[in-house]
Design a protein around this ligand. Sequence first.
Ligand code: ZN
Length: 314
Amino acid sequence: MVPSPPMLNLRCVCVCWAVALSYGLLTAPLIFAASPAEPLNIVVTIPVLKDLTEQVGGPYVHVTSLLSGYENEHTYSPKPSDLVAVRKARLLFKVGIGLEVWAVSLVKNAGNLSLLVVTTSKGVALLQDVAHDDAAHGGEEGERGNPHIWMDPENAMVMLQHITDALIAVDPAHATEYRANQAAYLRKLAQLRGELTERVARLADRRFIAHHPAWPYLARRFGLQIIGTIQPQSGGEPSALQLHGLIAAIKKDRIKVVVSEVQLSQRFPGLLAKETGVQVVVLTTLPGGLPHTETYLDMLRYNVLQLAHALEGP
Ligand SMILES: [Zn+2]
């Protein structure tokens, strides 16, 4: 039993509320206590988490994604409105593995004591590719590895489980709906995964060069092969020597495709195309980054089908 608070002077309460309102410091418990029927306020770092949360949460969640899909998830810097969103949220879903280094101070500055931060990568077997274990991904949780786990639908299933568990933990009244939505989504995901696996299996050549190392999980799941990566280990720009190495490899091994991302500069992929005639296919690692990629399933379909199409090119 929670002891009842001592009687407060009414005028003091009013003044406190006015002060809190004027500074925008209303905390989540007050908001939730006032309106229990409102959807859960949830903040996520990247759009893939927004989509997965909405798939499970349906009408019981209101999800704000800090990134919209057009920004680079590594170099994002939070806006003042992000701080407001985190202050109002009951849950914050992030990937972890050092992807959202910028989110740590955001959560700290928000000072929201009722906020539950959930790392959705827990339990995922991480790939330790050298090219991506760099300064841009210094894992704040001590986890090291490539953070682009959601590119493999199997890992998305793990993330979905974390999301479902957290929703049930803070809103047990809708546990049945959350579990049913999760099951329905898993069926759709399994069907798409089957279709895409068949599509890739028909390809004679499954090799490509990646601009930024966002693709090893997807490549492993669908049997694709990454021959080289433009972005060097230190992050930033490749050296002339590295570019020459890639140009030589493309020519020698007859590599037909460079996979770039809409969130990145197309300067170096363009340079490789000019030197070798290789085709640059621009994909997205964040839903919403390109037309026809609004949901995670749409994005997965778009990326694999566009890549397959390019690999079949002349
Ligand atoms: Zn990355």
